[in-house]
Design a protein around this ligand. Structure first.
Ligand code: GLA
Length: 393
């Protein structure tokens, strides 16, 4: 078993040592932010609906020190690239590669009313153990670690929902991925043993006790290694279909459509758009049902909702891939009580809610099934619902 507290303090030490090696002085502090798993509520965030993600025990650490001048310098343990730029020159046009995530935050804070001309520059070193491309929001983890680091260092006093919007703006404009508000909200608002129930219209959130430990359940992540990018292709197409469906129904967003409206909706749009709409509308209902089940009965009662969510994403929203479907089916056969793909889709990871004593069996069966199908070996690991972004040092 990994000792999380040791791992965390090792990472904090590593991040500050790397900062010193890169910049020749001690950092002012180290901040961290987690990746996330979405328990349920997929492609509902940009439809102003409901989501239920949780922060995981895989984090990104940002060691940051303010400067005397107005330059920003960024380094990381995962890329040899060193980026250096005047704060006033930071803009979506001037940023590319991975530095668009941390520097995009500085730009987005400026868009949010922070007077960048009056702020000192900074050096920041980023260190992360959130797997990249697995659908666990490694990008939101970088954004949120830098967002809390700058919020503290520049003494901005912004609240977490505002920082989530800043992160989303950086992702949308600086990185160029038309994503919603879920990932940054989970990373900033997560709590140990809990999920974040977020209303993406009002941005009101509630912490929901997951009770996994008491029920002897674990969340197994199956990273299919099929890579996805939300800056291109399918994700934007799904968003466009949802907007078309809302327009056909004469509503501002699909949040305003109830399951009972679906019969009427069928006649107002083509079949493909209808199925996209049906996924979002039923998924919103499943999030509410999951929250109710967790509150009233505990996590053993949510398996079927996870399964239904996967079927809806596979058949109606069409964002699954054969590797995700195999992961889900095999995990269920090996004893998981519910399983679904998580995140934006077209690759990435599936999650399986699994009795603790069956984690080994699920891991072995899924690994064997991938080998038999000729798929790339998956990476299978357990994640624990953890605290959101915070100052570490
Ligand atoms: C990605 C996006 C999120 C959300 C999910 C799908 O993770 O970043 O905003 O839309 O896909 O639920």
């Amino acid at each position: 078993m990994t000792n999380t507290s040791n791992t965390t303090s090792d990472a904090v030490t590593a991040a500050s040592a790397a900062f010193e090696a890169e910049f020749g002085r001690a950092a002012d502090g180290v901040w961290s932010a987690p990746g996330r798993v979405n328990l349920i509520g997929e492609h509902t965030d940009y439809n102003e609906g409901f989501v239920l993600p949780f922060a995981i025990d895989r984090r990104t650490w940002a060691a940051l020190g303010l400067r005397q001048d107005a330059r920003a310098r960024v380094t990381s343990t995962f890329s040899p690239e060193h980026v250096e730029i005047e704060l006033r020159d930071v803009s979506p046009e001037s940023l590319d590669s991975w530095s668009a995530y941390p520097l995009g935050i500085a730009w987005a804070l400026g868009e949010n009313g922070v007077d960048l001309d009056s702020k000192p520059g900074f050096d920041v070193h980023i260190h992360s153990d959130v797997p990249v491309g697995a659908g666990l929001s490694s990008s939101a983890a970088i954004e949120c670690a830098v967002a809390v680091a700058l919020d503290d260092s520049w003494q901005l006093g912004l609240d977490r929902p505002t920082l989530a919007k800043v992160g989303q703006l950086a992702e949308n404009k600086a990185v160029g991925a038309p994503t919603g508000i879920m990932d940054q909200s989970a990373s900033l608002l997560g709590r140990r043993d809990s999920a974040v129930f977020l209303d993406c219209r009002t941005l009101r959130s509630d912490v929901i006790d997951l009770g996994f430990a008491a029920a002897d359940l674990q969340i197994v992540v199956i990273d299919t290694k099929v890579s996805h990018s939300h800056a291109t292709g399918g994700y934007a197409a799904r968003r466009a279909s949802c907007e078309a469906g809302a327009a056909a129904l004469g509503v501002e967003s699909l949040r305003d459509v109830a399951v009972d409206d679906l019969d009427r909706a069928r006649g107002l749009m083509d079949d493909e758009t209808f199925r996209r709409v049906r996924h979002v509308v039923t998924e919103n209902a499943r999030v509410l049902a999951t929250v109710r089940a967790l509150r009233e009965s505990g996590p053993l009662a949510i398996g079927e909702l996870l399964d239904e969510s996967h079927v809806s994403m596979r058949d109606d929203f069409e964002i699954s891939v054969p590797e995700l479907d195999l992961a889900v089916v095999t995990a269920r056969e090996a004893g998981a009580i519910g399983a679904r793909m998580t995140g934006g889709g077209f690759g990435g990871a599936a999650i399986a809610l699994t009795p603790s004593h069956l984690v080994g069996a699920v891991t072995a069966r899924v690994t064997d099934a991938f080998a038999a199908a000729g798929f790339t070996a998956p990476e299978v690991f357990v994640v624990t619902p953890s605290d959101g972004a915070k100052r570490e040092l």
